[in-house]
Design a protein around this ligand. Structure first.
Ligand code: PLP
Length: 224
């Protein structure tokens, strides 16, 4: 097993230009898989279930940077707030407020990405472009001292046609530029564009992504 994880990780890393961060998505995979990637130097891991991530945090090295990449329920924020480094998929102002509140209780600042819903699929979460535009324009987020908005995240439609994926990611990239100019021109923290998973990260690299979230190509298929 370790051999494969290490080989796969090296292959993925060799595809990424310097400056593009890799979130190794380890959900549903055991701690020993994470350790294999860790031994190769990987430090950023993504999980999407509160109980699973907590168990892993307890047994794995302390210098791992943990990202919560899935849909996060407001009532779960308090469990991850003490240690989470980034919450990658903030999809409502209510969730952002709760993250701020729990971060404050823990005396820390939590990094977040705002999730955009651009894909056709109804099942996906996230702000529509208009909702995100409006939320940032209203400006209440500026009062939240314990969250740091570091950029945007999106999942493209799960389709084979690369042109559909490219169109969605280009839209996200253009929207990032618009929001950067309108609200974050003087904020260097707002720099991340997280698009790209195992099946579409090559396209994401053409669409200005700065961060990719890759599971299957590193750890193999998940057994749910
Ligand atoms: C599971 C997941 C991924 C990783 O997907 P792979 O296809 O295994 O690379 C990326 N992003 C999010 C939000 C996920 O939930």
């Amino acid at each position: 097993m370790n051999f494969d994880v290490k080989t796969n990780l090296k292959k993925v890393l060799s595809d990424l230009p310097s400056g593009v961060k890799l979130v190794a998505v380890s959900k549903y995979h055991p701690a020993e898989y994470i350790m294999a990637a860790y031994e190769e130097g990987q430090r950023i891991f993504g999980e999407s279930h509160e109980q699973e991530i907590r168990q892993k945090v307890d047994v794995l090295p302390k210098d791992i940077e943990w990202h919560f990449i899935g849909h996060l329920q407001t009532n779960k924020v308090k469990y991850i707030a003490p240690y989470i480094d980034m919450i990658d998929a903030v999809d409502s102002m209510k969730l952002l407020r709760e993250i701020n509140k729990q971060a404050q209780k823990n005396n820390r600042t939590i990094n977040v990405l705002l999730e955009l819903h651009i894909a056709e699929e109804e099942t996906k979460y996230g702000f529509s472009l208009d909702e995100c535009r409006q939320m940032l324009a209203e400006g209440q987020w500026r009062e939240l001292q314990n969250v740091r908005i570091c950029g945007l995240m999106m999942m493209a439609s799960y389709v084979d046609d690369p042109e559909v994926i490219r169109r969605e990611m280009t839209l996200a990239s253009d929207f990032f530029d618009e929001m950067k100019a309108a609200h974050f021109a003087n904020d260097d923290n707002f720099c991340e564009r997280s698009w790209g998973m195992s099946h579409d990260y090559h396209i994401a690299l053409e669409c200005n992504t700065t961060m990719v979230r890759i599971g299957t190509s590193i750890f193999g298929p998940r057994v749910y």
